[in-house]
Design a protein around this ligand. Structure first.
Ligand SMILES: [Zn+2]
Length: 315
């Protein structure tokens, strides 16, 4: 039995416990903070995390506030709150851990490597499967990315229906569901293993803005009501379906001269970003799909080659 499972089992009903999960291997060693709310009422267990990407700040304060505001006396079941998952990336103020610079949300596909993020990802995935019945993954674009309030999920396996409900009742403006077969993201791996999971994007930039934090809190509260952890009605079904999405990256570094904004409707060939290279020549990134909406876009003036530029969703 893992230390976390023991902690939850021993906790008194109607209590809040602050603790941490120890991770250590030959490359890294750290403690992941957790707050466990064990409800007075019986029910399942939901794992709610933020900062899987270390430079996404909107989810952590949302979790901290919710862990104080939700009354365990009114809670059915258990919530495991993890405000900062990717501790080494968070401390380094970057998306991926400096230990191996691998995106922790790309390590669950058919391609498996031996570096830290692959091992840490497996450790977290196993821990969630051992301890939780559902999972919510709060993201926030990143230092250089603004994001729409959108949700991503994999409708795969026996519990696909629950995944779909979680996605359409969290207040997101756009909903991107896919079949999840080879998807290398954590939510997809969890859904494949029978733990319904959704990834919620919202916010972005160098700080957590109160408005984005509030939206994350509302999404979580709605899902908690939907699944019966809390009494009350979840938000009405909402969200425009996104059938597919295209990710584009900067081919060269330079200065950004022009960019569109999140939520903009775009058509094939529309210029999404224009960059001046360091030799003063310019290039553009154009919309590759017939009709779509900008889900996330780079916002900083300086861009690096290979950096994430824009994500367009087909609507
Ligand atoms: Zn993210």
């Amino acid at each position: 039995m893992s230390a976390l499972k023991e902690l939850v089992a021993k906790a008194a009903r109607g209590s809040v416990i602050q603790s941490s999960i120890r991770y250590s291997d030959e490359e890294a060693e750290f403690d992941i903070p957790v707050t466990v709310l064990k409800g007075a009422g019986t029910g399942g267990t939901i794992w709610i995390q933020a900062a899987l990407h270390g430079d996404e700040y909107d989810g952590a304060p949302a979790i901290k506030q919710l862990s104080r505001e939700i009354d365990p006396a009114r809670l059915n079941g258990t919530i495991i709150f993890v405000p900062i998952l990717n501790v080494t990336a968070f401390k380094a103020q970057q998306n991926a851990s400096p230990v191996d610079n691998v995106n922790l949300n790309r390590v669950f596909g058919p391609e498996r490597k031996g570096s830290f993020s692959y091992r840490f990802g497996r450790f977290i995935c196993d821990l969630i499967c051992e301890n939780a019945d559902q999972m919510i993954d709060l993201h926030g674009g990143g230092q250089y990315l603004d994001v729409c309030r959108f949700v991503m999920a994999s409708v795969v396996g026996e519990k696909a229906e629950i995944v779909e409900k979680m996605a359409y009742h969290c207040g997101a403006e756009l909903v991107h569901l896919e079949n999840g077969a080879d998807n290398p993201k954590l939510y997809a791996e969890l859904s494949r293993k029978g733990v319904p999971a959704v990834l919620i994007e919202n916010g972005g930039g160098l700080e957590a803005l109160p408005e984005a934090v509030e939206k994350h809190k509302r999404s979580v509260m709605s899902i908690l009501r939907l699944l019966g952890y809390l009494d009350g009605k979840p938000e009405e079904r909402s969200g425009v379906p996104v059938t597919e999405s295209a990710d584009m990256y900067f081919s060269d570094g330079g200065l950004m001269l022009f960019r569109r904004g999140i939520g903009d409707e775009v058509r094939k060939g529309d210029v999404l970003l224009r960059v001046m290279r360091y030799d003063s020549t310019e290039y553009e990134i154009k919309c590759p799909i017939e009709k779509g909406v900008i889900l996330s876009i780079h916002t900083a003036a300086i861009v690096k080659d290979g950096q994430y530029a824009v994500m367009v969703g087909k609507t």
